[in-house]
Design a protein around this ligand. Structure first.
Ligand code: GUN
Length: 284
């Protein structure tokens, strides 16, 4: 039976560490980390995520600036707001919640955020810096997953790592972070010929596709570390991941639950990135 990786607990400890460092920063420099979160439209899931980010900011002693804009907001209006936030000295991190309404081009918006305030690490400059291993920020979900893997004591070096999913937010940067720690990395996607075989070869398996219970026990190596990034509803409307937890947990050595695994880590890493941005600002 696999040991559970308790993301809630690990995230709470990261957030407490961030809170203490923020206190120290304020004492030494007078700088209070500030995070601006922009939400365009009223997607219910996004509203919950944005609310959680505000709560995390307040608990960390950060300033939180929320910008909730109507779905009809034009791209130009959004770009003007970002330009203002780029100049605002009390704002150290800017996050524009994705997805954006269809009439707004996500790439244009991401590229408009100052790279030094890009706490999502989505800006092409930050993506490039991650690629060469010289970065200030790591994208929150993959960075949180690395913390979860470290918590198991299992070393990535030399291990076969399979990432299922190739999104810019999770799959691609995840592969890069595992590579930085000397994993031998395979990235699978919808055109992969034999997904089960690729997964079965993995010592560390990261599932980030958004398909309920896609990863079944026959696809998992005995003793593998299994990380589930999925956040789906099963046939009964119950929250579930991309992994068939009930059966895979009998085979894995460590596994993340959904909820309470990767999810809480994403916000914790966002707080850490915002603190990093504030520290970089304080040195200017
Ligand atoms: N939507 C889903 N995940 C994310 C994230 O990590 N950052 C942003 N900005 N939007 C998201």
């Amino acid at each position: 039976m696999a040991e559970l990786i308790n993301g809630k607990e690990i995230a709470a400890s990261v957030r407490e560490q961030v809170r203490l460092e923020a206190l120290e920063l304020k004492k030494n420099t007078g700088v209070v980390p500030g995070l601006a979160v922009i939400l365009v439209g009223d997607d219910p899931a996004s509203k919950i995520y944005v609310g959680n980010k505000k709560k995390a900011c307040l608990e960390a002693g950060f300033n939180s600036f929320e910008h909730i804009l109507p779905a009809e907001t034009s791209q130009q209006e959004l770009l003007e707001l970002i330009a203002k936030l780029n100049e605002d000295k009390s704002v150290h991190g800017i996050l524009c919640q994705l997805p954006l309404p269809k009439h707004i081009d996500e790439r244009t918006v991401i590229a408009a955020i100052s790279p030094s305030k890009d706490v999502d690490a989505f800006h092409p400059i930050n993506v490039g810096k991650i690629m060469i291993g010289d970065y200030d920020f790591l994208p929150c979900t993959p960075a949180g997953i690395m913390e979860l893997i470290h918590s198991t004591g299992v070393s990535v070096s030399g291990k076969k790592c399979t990432v299922v999913g190739r999104s810019n937010i999770v799959g691609k940067p995840m592969a890069m972070l595992l590579l930085h720690e000397n994993g031998t990395v395979t990235v699978c996607h919808s055109k992969t010929k034999d997904l089960a075989a690729e997964c079965r070869g993995a010592d560390i398996l990261v599932a980030a596709v958004g398909k309920a219970k896609l990863i079944t026990a026959d696809m998992v190596k005995e003793g593998a570390v299994v990380i589930d990034v999925g956040m789906n509803r099963d046939e009964n409307g119950k929250l579930c991941g991309d992994v068939d937890f009930e059966n895979v947990s009998k085979k894995a050595s460590y596994i993340t639950p959904v909820p309470g695994g990767v999810g809480p880590m994403t916000i914790a890493m966002l707080m850490r990135n915002t603190l990093t941005a504030a520290k970089l600002f304080a040195k200017l």
